[in-house]
Design a protein around this ligand. Structure first.
Ligand code: ATP
Length: 301
């Protein structure tokens, strides 16, 4: 049950915006804790994405003034690069995602996309530029067509089907008696975790954003489905800037760069191989997760 505690007037004026945010953010951004209202600067221009470089410049952030969460994050993700954020629970990974989407403003430093400070551009244009695939895609109580088409207003039938095909959900949809008109969500057909993820991927493909923010799926999916979904996510990332909030290290080993966070600071960064060779925090996390995976497989056998 999602509750939004906001003044009703605000809800009325930016209803669409919130609905979009619900879709984009899903579980990822903890909707019970909606931030204070963020407003566009008067006359703010739209973000102009030229390549999709994302720069976190000495970013500091606190939800409450007396408890700093990010303590000076500097990280540049080049256009088209794939960067994964890893680190213990509570280290600030999701917070970085929320700040990139400007759910909150930084309390120090700046975040820029292609050189433009997020605070200087319209939120609509920012949200248009970033596709979010959360762990748990939120579906509307509506048809599959509507749930995919929500990615982009005015999408044609051919575009919707192409997105569904690319997300490998088209054949499944066509196997349903009512096809794309099948009602899904709480009051309709209950899709499996993997099917929901695919609807989310199709929706994002239709939106065609230059920047992707992936909140990686965890153990909710079985191993084969997870691998398939991972393949689709990798394919979707081609030619885009991708920031992945990773929980399982095995799926991000081929990222261009892995950034290890701890208590709101970057403590290590590099490729999987370099970090393993370094023998630090990441190598320890990798060893721990590999042995846990081994135990799970052994106990499942
Ligand atoms: P996980 O892997 O468990 O998802 P994370 O690295 O993504 O963790 P964040 O969700 O970014 O961590 O949280 C970082 C810190 O900020 C945590 O200590 C958390 O308690 C705190 N925090 C997160 N959201 C809020 C909020 N809305 N209000 C206050 N504190 C928050």
């Amino acid at each position: 049950m999602i509750q939004i505690t906001m003044p009703l007037g605000f809800l009325g004026t930016v209803y669409r915006e919130i609905r979009q945010a619900l879709v984009d953010m899903g579980e990822m951004f903890d909707l019970l804790h909606q931030p204070a209202e963020i407003e566009d600067k008067p006359g703010a221009p739209a973000l102009k994405v030229t390549g999709g470089e994302v720069c976190f410049d000495a970013v500091k952030f606190a939800y409450h003034p007396d408890r700093p969460i990010l303590k000076g994050i500097s990280l540049t993700v080049a256009a088209g690069q794939r960067v994964a954020l890893v680190g213990p629970s509570g280290s600030g990974k999701s917070t970085i995602g929320r700040l990139l989407f400007r759910f909150y403003d930084v309390t120090g430093g700046a975040i820029r996309i292609d050189g433009q400070d997020l605070r200087d551009v319209t939120q609509q244009s920012l949200h248009d530029a970033i596709g979010v695939v959360p762990q748990d895609t939120v579906l509307f109580n509506d048809t599959i067509r509507y749930n995919i088409a929500y990615g982009r207003a005015g999408a044609t039938e051919a575009e919707i089907v192409a997105a569904a095909r690319a997300a490998k959900i088209h054949d499944f949809v066509m196997s349903l008696p009512e096809g794309y008109e099948t009602a899904v969500g709480e009051r309709g057909l209950k899709l499996s975790g993997g099917e929901k993820q695919r609807v989310g991927i199709a929706r994002t493909l239709l939106k065609n954003p230059p920047i992707l923010l992936l909140d990686e799926a965890t153990s909710a999916l079985d191993t084969q489905t997870e691998r398939d979904i991972q393949d689709s996510l990798n394919a979707m990332g081609e030619g885009r800037t991708v920031i992945t909030i990773a929980h399982r290290l095995s799926t991000i080993a081929d990222a261009d760069r892995i950034v290890v966070l701890e208590k709101g600071k970057i403590v290590e960064e590099g490729t999987h191989e370099a970090l393993l060779a370094h023998g630090g925090r990441y190598a320890a996390m990798w060893a721990r997760q590999s042995s846990e995976d081994g135990e799970t497989e052994a106990s499942a056998a």
